[in-house]
Design a protein around this ligand. Structure first.
Ligand code: UDP
Length: 238
């Protein structure tokens, strides 16, 4: 089931349902895009029509971040938050079980190398057929390598909106697969950035923990979240 938030359709599903949809898309005969939507993406969509188009065309849009959950609550919708980092990890595990090759693009060389090592050590039978850091000039070269890898799941950690454009442009070029923009997930999997303790995650307060431990994030979160919620309240579209 999808719910509409300021003109964008968001899949309102449980974590498990999302995983099932993701695995069905992987098994389908097209290239699909997952967007883990957050308030910053709505801001981008306000100033960038091409980005809005990507959000409209994405096969799966899941509510990452507590901001989207609160926004939907204001509309009387109780949505389950699906953190992109957990969602992507779970799909890696499911692909490993099915012996599907996967590929990862993004982050600095030392970060992706360490993340790949950690993933391979923790997920039995994971086949990472290709990976590359996120600092390249020629997208076509990377698309070519991704195609050669035969990866059924491709994770792109290039920051937003870069990763969403990278994935969208790949849709016309790649063999059938599922692609997800995973933001800073490789930084977490490499061990460079610590996740919040479980209790913060459970209460949906991961953002609070991160703000306390990385005060420079405050600047980023603080104006964005209240302004986003104000827009949700005053939105006069359908
Ligand atoms: N990144 C990248 N290439 C770029 C820009 C960013 O690989 O051209 C990586 C960066 O190293 C980091 C990840 O993208 O690992 C997420 O970046 P950021 O925290 O800026 O994005 P957000 O999580 O806010 O979407």
């Amino acid at each position: 089931m999808t719910v509409e938030l300021m003109g964008i359709q968001i899949n309102n599903c449980t974590f498990e349902e999302g995983v099932n949809i993701g695995m069905d898309l992987i098994a389908s005969d097209k290239v699909s895009q997952v967007v883990t939507i957050n308030p910053e993406m709505y801001n981008e969509s306000n100033i960038n029509e091409s980005f809005t188009q990507i959000l409209h065309e994405a096969e799966l849009v899941i509510p990452d971040g507590v901001g989207i959950k609160i926004a939907l609550m204001l509309k009387g919708i109780n949505a389950q938050r699906i953190p992109g980092v957990d969602f992507a990890k779970r799909l890696l595990e499911e692909c490993a079980k099915k012996s599907y090759p996967v590929a990862i693009v993004g982050s600095k060389e030392e970060v992706i190398t360490k993340a790949v090592q950690n993933l391979q050590n923790t997920i039995p039978n994971l086949n990472i057929a290709y990976y590359h850091n996120g600092y390249f000039d020629n997208n076509d070269e990377i698309y070519e390598k991704l195609n050669q890898s035969g990866a059924k799941l491709i994770l792109a950690a290039l920051g937003s909106p870069k990763q969403e454009f990278f994935i969208y442009n790949a849709k016309k070029i790649l063999h059938p697969c599922l692609m997800i923009g995973i933001g800073g997930s490789l930084d977490v999997w490499s061990g460079a950035v610590k996740r919040a303790p479980k209790i913060f995650q459970k209460l949906g307060l991961e953002w609070l923990y991160r703000t306390i431990s990385q005060p420079e994030r405050f600047k980023r979160i603080f104006p964005t979240l209240p302004l986003f919620l104000l827009k949700v309240i005053t939105y006069r579209g359908k």
